[in-house]
Design a binder for this molecule. Structure first.
Ligand SMILES: *[C@@H]1O[C@H](CO)[C@@H](O)[C@H](O)[C@H]1NC(C)=O
Ligand SMILES: *[C@@H]1O[C@H](CO)[C@@H](O)[C@H](O)[C@H]1NC(C)=O
Ligand SMILES: *[C@@H]1O[C@H](CO)[C@@H](O)[C@H](O)[C@H]1NC(C)=O
Ligand SMILES: *[C@@H]1O[C@H](CO)[C@@H](O)[C@H](O)[C@H]1NC(C)=O
Length: 387
């Protein structure tokens, strides 16, 4: 019954790491660049081949996460799997050993089999850049590292975060929790254009580092709904409950299919810039709970392959959802445990990394659908504390 938007993915770099090169030794520099070129030739093939697989695996990670959230929350759900994957991959730059392996496995990234350590983050970087270059799509992404003023973060971690995720570093005094909270909310509010005014509710004064990732999507329908036809109508929450909502109306050619196994209609609502929302409408109200168990990328791809364009009338609700999840609980259930435990090894992050652990990962997502399109924002916060 609840509309299930397939919210797309991410990216926009602002500050590229500028390589500071000291003047002399030009020859050596050339040589170094040449060898980097050569290596990247080999790696390019892997990066090209892996992009499709990353999309597929991340969607499957998203469907697993959906099932976990669904077990704990009634009603509407909205979250960004790509945002989660991006945030955890950023954290992974600071982790080693089993801590790192668990994250990779939990995010379904193990299957990609990168041949070198830097390749996985490179893949994310490439994807972010491609998406941000697609101006019609209206997708922006960014990240912050808020660091306690006397906490010693390794320079390599800074450099890698900057290179792959364009992370902006901001010093903080977490001991003054109220001030830190206000400052961080100010940064995030500004970057998410007021859509997430309060990502931070409380802050542990023992915090050493907080990583924040955000994604904004402002999609315009390829064919907007005409507001003239929007009228209050009945929306079925489940078999028994209905509410009145502003219902949009459109008539014309739409791509759709009917899945005989799951007894559901699937409708494609295209945005500008090659993105689509997929809407699943169960034949029998309330059956969506059964479908959730079987959602996979393969199933979605089958739907897309079977779509036919035909004349239809579409009634679709205008809506806004705003949800917040304690993701560390759910990630733990998906096998990402070590980083949240005293056995966490974050020694790539700091020399004191064996004394650190991630205490919390929180995602807040807001989505708003109207006649013109969809606005969605996700903010993910990872809090790292010392023991
Ligand atoms: C980090 O980046 C800066 C500037 O590009 C560079 O000078 C420095 O050597 C790098 N540090 C490490 C540890 O990679
Ligand atoms: C971004 O780049 C500008 C100049 O290009 C520089 O002034 C600024 O400090 C940089 N910001 C960060 C966070 O590195
Ligand atoms: C926290 O910072 C505010 C200013 O932003 C200041 O007024 C307040 O005294 C500080 N609190 C502590 C305990 O230092
Ligand atoms: C959209 O997809 C088509 C086919 O895959 C491609 O040719 C086109 O360049 C894409 N447009 C954008 C804006 O990415």
């Amino acid at each position: 019954s609840a509309p299930s938007p397939q919210s797309p993915e991410t990216p926009a770099p602002q500050n590229q790491t500028s390589r500071v090169v000291q003047a002399p030794k030009e020859e050596e520099e050339d040589e170094q660049e040449a060898s980097e070129e050569k290596a990247s030739e080999e790696e390019k093939a892997w990066l090209m081949a892996s992009r499709q697989q990353l999309a597929k695996e991340t969607s499957n990670f998203g469907f697993s996460l959906l099932r976990k959230i669904s077990m704990r929350h009634d009603g509407n759900m909205v979250f960004s799997p790509f945002g989660m994957s991006l945030a955890m991959t950023g954290l992974m730059l600071g982790a080693t050993g089993p801590t790192e392996t668990q994250i990779k496995r939990g995010l379904h990234l193990q299957a990609l089999k990168p041949t070198k350590p830097g390749l996985l983050p490179s893949l994310f970087k490439g994807l972010r850049e491609t998406l941000s270059r697609n101006l019609e799509l209206g997708l922006t992404q960014g990240s912050f590292a808020f660091i306690h003023k006397d906490f010693d973060v390794k320079e390599t971690f800074f450099n890698l975060s900057k290179r792959y995720f364009d992370t902006e570093c901001v010093p903080m005094n977490f001991r003054n929790a109220s001030q830190a909270k206000r400052l961080m909310n100010h940064y995030i509010n500004k970057e998410t254009r007021g859509k997430i005014p309060k990502l931070f509710d409380e802050i542990n004064p023992e915090t050493k580092l907080i990583l924040v990732d955000y994604i904004l999507f402002k999609g315009k329908w390829l064919t907007p709904f005409d507001p003239v036809f929007t009228e209050v109508d009945t929306f079925h929450l489940d078999k028994y409950k209905t509410i009145k909502v502003p219902m949009m109306y459109g008539a014309g050619k739409f791509a759709s299919t009917f899945d005989k196994n799951f007894r559901c209609h699937v409708l494609k609502l295209p945005y500008q810039g090659n993105a689509t929302m997929l809407v699943v409408l169960m034949e029998k109200m309330g059956d969506h709970l059964a479908l959730e168990d079987y959602l996979t990328t393969d199933l979605v791809e089958t739907w897309l392959r079977n779509m036919k364009t035909r004349n239809m009338e579409v009634f679709f609700p205008k809506f806004k959802l705003d949800q917040k999840y304690e993701m560390h609980e759910l990630l733990r259930q998906m096998g990402i445990r070590r980083i949240f435990s005293p056995f966490a090894d974050l020694s790539e992050l700091s020399a004191t990394g064996r004394n650190l652990q991630v205490s919390r990962v929180l995602q807040r997502t807001v989505i708003e659908v109207d006649e013109r399109g969809t606005e969605a924002v996700a903010g993910i916060l990872s809090e790292i504390t010392a023991r």
